[in-house]
Design a protein around this ligand. Structure first.
Ligand SMILES: O=C(O)CCC(=O)C(=O)O
Ligand SMILES: [Fe+2]
Length: 354
């Protein structure tokens, strides 16, 4: 079975078939040159998009290739799923493997290991449009936020949402990545082939990427809300908070990703930290109340921004309560069809009462 699927996956011929599919798709993720901070915060924080310009200015975009990295960092160990391997061992594997789901290098300490400077005058920097990342008020106590990602063709990430309700950008330095994404909405189940527990804490996506593409891709592409696109060398893709995404490398790739909290999603992130403490991830174990810590640091640095977000959170919960009362009082109009009742957060905060 696995071999058959693997052959089929190979026969899908990623570089040829998928771009064509995407070009013809009404789901295409918009391609923009660049965005201003204002445009991003006013119009784009909840939409995926690809920027073609900012990454091309980075020194790491000019300098990094597998060869160049091997020369400099061949003996440095990086995390690839459950193992730590010297880069030269991983690259050897990457060049040789025939695996259906290849081992993926995903390292959160690459900046320290490679002695990289992050920032405008450094080796790379966050594209300006994303504005200030509010988790930076946490300093050393912020959760994991950046990863180096390296993998061969067919490697990638199965469906997930990014941690702690953060948004992310993912910059491709070499190779290209196919993305398929879905917003979270009260009226929509998770993407086809993905199963989520009632409190959303468990996501089961039992299929490999190749199996999922073979079994569910066509259905997923016809599902309302589906967004898909190819992020090519030198481009960066925006993953809005709460969006499901599956990613597959169409050719051997090197990428950097960073998660962040834009001001317009502060309420969402605070609400996540407050109401889903069991689902928080990436904080050091000495942080035992991430919500209180983040609120305290925000109070010190940006009291007005915090107050605005706390007000939004209150409104979100009032909305929930009002709709709950309507439901309990038998207001039929507010009971949605087959999937039950929507709390009406108006975004991925929505939950369904079964
Ligand atoms: O490049 C990829 O495989 C996607 C990475 C991703 O989705 C993530 O870091 O959350
Ligand atoms: Fe992700």
């Amino acid at each position: 079975m696995a071999l058959y699927l693997f052959q089929l996956a190979r026969n899908l011929s990623f570089p040829d078939l998928l771009p064509e599919l995407v070009l013809r798709s009404r789901n295409a993720i918009p391609w923009l040159g660049d965005l201003s901070t204002l445009d991003f915060s006013h119009a784009w924080t909840d939409r995926p998009f690809i920027l073609t310009d900012p990454v091309r200015e980075w020194p790491v975009y000019r300098e990094w290739s597998t060869e160049a990295m091997l020369g400099k960092y061949g003996d440095v160990s990086f995390r690839a799923e459950a193992v730590d391997w010297p880069l030269k061992t991983y690259v050897e594997y990457m060049r040789d493997n025939q695996d259906e789901s290849p081992l993926y290098l995903f390292d959160r300490s690459f900046v320290e290991k490679m002695d990289i400077r992050v920032g405008r005058d450094g080796h790379y920097w966050a594209p300006g449009c994303f504005g200030e990342d509010l988790f930076s008020v946490l300093g050393e106590q912020r959760p994991d936020s950046r990863w180096l990602i390296v993998g061969p063709e067919r490697s990638g990430s199965t469906f997930h949402k990014d941690p702690n309700a953060t948004s992310a950008w993912n910059a491709v330095l070499r190779g290209s990545k196919y993305w398929i994404m879905f917003p979270t909405s009260p009226s929509q189940p998770p993407p086809p082939g993905v199963f989520v527990s009632k409190d959303q804490s468990e996501v089961t996506s039992p299929l490999s990427i190749a199996e999922w593409l073979l079994g569910f891709h066509a259905q997923a592409r016809a599902t309302p809300g589906c967004a898909e696109g190819i992020c090519r060398e030198g481009e960066v893709l925006h993953v809005p908070s709460g969006w499901w995404h599956l990613v597959v490398n169409l050719s051997p790739s090197i990428a950097i990703t960073q998660n962040f909290v834009p001001e317009s999603h502060l309420a969402k992130v605070l609400d996540f930290l407050k109401t889903k403490p069991d689902q928080i991830s990436g904080f050091h174990s000495d942080v035992n109340n991430a919500y209180e810590l983040f609120a305290k640091k925000m109070r010190e640095r940006y009291p007005e921004v915090l107050d605005k977000a706390l007000g939004e959170m209150e409104k979100m919960h009032e909305g929930k309560k009002r709709k709950w009362d309507q439901l309990v009082n038998g207001d039929e109009e507010h009971v949605t069809k087959a999937r039950g009742f929507s709390f009406g957060f108006g975004d991925e905060g929505d939950e369904d009462v079964p």
